[in-house]
Design a binder for this molecule. Structure first.
Ligand code: ADP
Length: 266
């Protein structure tokens, strides 16, 4: 279940000067972040500040306009894209490079985004079999093991609409794990859930953190961020205003904008 190599001090993810605009809307002005192998970064900040866009750029779902992303996978090979170079050359980022970046991470979405017409097992197997072209029997064995682990083996032939939101999100997490990514990305994984279903999902994410998975988590759950994150970063206006140890930063923020944001939430 856990990433194959033990956590080291090496940075698994390095982002420098990441920029992204949608038309005239400059959403990411300049994002810098690093996440060491086995560490968990929580991104917090007001709605519309660019947190989801950061995750989507990391996962190649959006193409950044500037800056650099580097992910060092389990085999120690670096996948990097220099978006400045592509923009300066006036050329689109090659699809192959984006595909290589996408292969390094897996995203867990706020609204689960399961395929509605596929069963739970088919949802989990789709990426590894179709995209990664791994042997079906091996993928199925691993998928069944993962579903057992999260208590959903008896739902393997069910369709998403037959599951609660919490169960769907646990399938979403299993689907991400089945891709064996270097990096797990969570986009507000509990914000669509009824309050009584939040606990199970947060517990599972905490277990994965304890096992050494490297993660970036966008969350409004400050208590959860405090417990699970090695570092928390406050995003506002498309940049990281402040980052640090969760216990220190959430209790004693240095910037006025962070203080105002936390004050509204606590
Ligand atoms: P957050 O996750 O912090 O709430 P987002 O990254 O979702 O913020 O959004 C930041 C800004 O980018 C918002 O103004 C949003 O409307 C805009 N935005 C995000 N995605 C798109 C898109 N695909 N097209 C146009 N604008 C977008």
């Amino acid at each position: 279940m856990s990433p194959t190599d033990p956590p080291t001090d090496q940075n698994l993810l390095t982002v420098r000067g990441l920029q992204k605009s949608f038309g005239a809307n400059r959403v990411l002005t300049s994002i810098d972040l690093t996440v060491a192998r086995g560490q968990v970064l929580a991104l917090i900040g007001p709605s519309g500040s660019g947190k989801t866009t950061v995750l989507r750029c990391l996962n190649g779902l959006e193409v950044a306009d500037g800056g650099r992303i580097e992910i060092v996978g389990a085999d120690a090979a670096a996948t990097a894209i220099d978006f400045d170079a592509a923009t300066a050359a006036g050329k689109p980022v090659p699809r192959k490079a984006l595909g290589a970046l996408r292969d390094q991470s897996a995203m867990v979405f706020q609204h689960y985004n399961l395929f509605p017409h596929k069963t739970v097992l088919e949802n989990v197997m789709e990426g590894p079999v179709i995209v990664q072209r791994r042997p079906r029997a091996e993928v199925e064995a691993e998928a069944l093991q993962l579903l057992t682990r999260v208590g959903l083996i008896d739902k393997k032939d069910s369709y998403p609409f037959e599951l609660s939101g919490g169960q769907q999100q646990r399938v979403g997490i299993v689907r991400a794990l089945a891709l064996r990514p270097a990096l797990l990305l969570f986009d507000e994984p509990t914000s669509a859930l009824d309050p009584e279903l939040v606990g199970d999902v947060l517990r599972l994410i905490k277990e994965l953190a304890a096992e050494g998975w490297t993660m970036v988590i966008v969350t409004h759950e400050l208590e959860f961020a405090r417990e699970v994150a090695s570092e928390v970063a406050f995003v506002d206006g498309g940049t990281i205003v402040e980052h640090g140890d969760p216990r220190q930063m959430l209790r004693n923020p240095q910037h006025e904008r962070t203080r105002q944001f936390l004050h509204r939430l606590l």
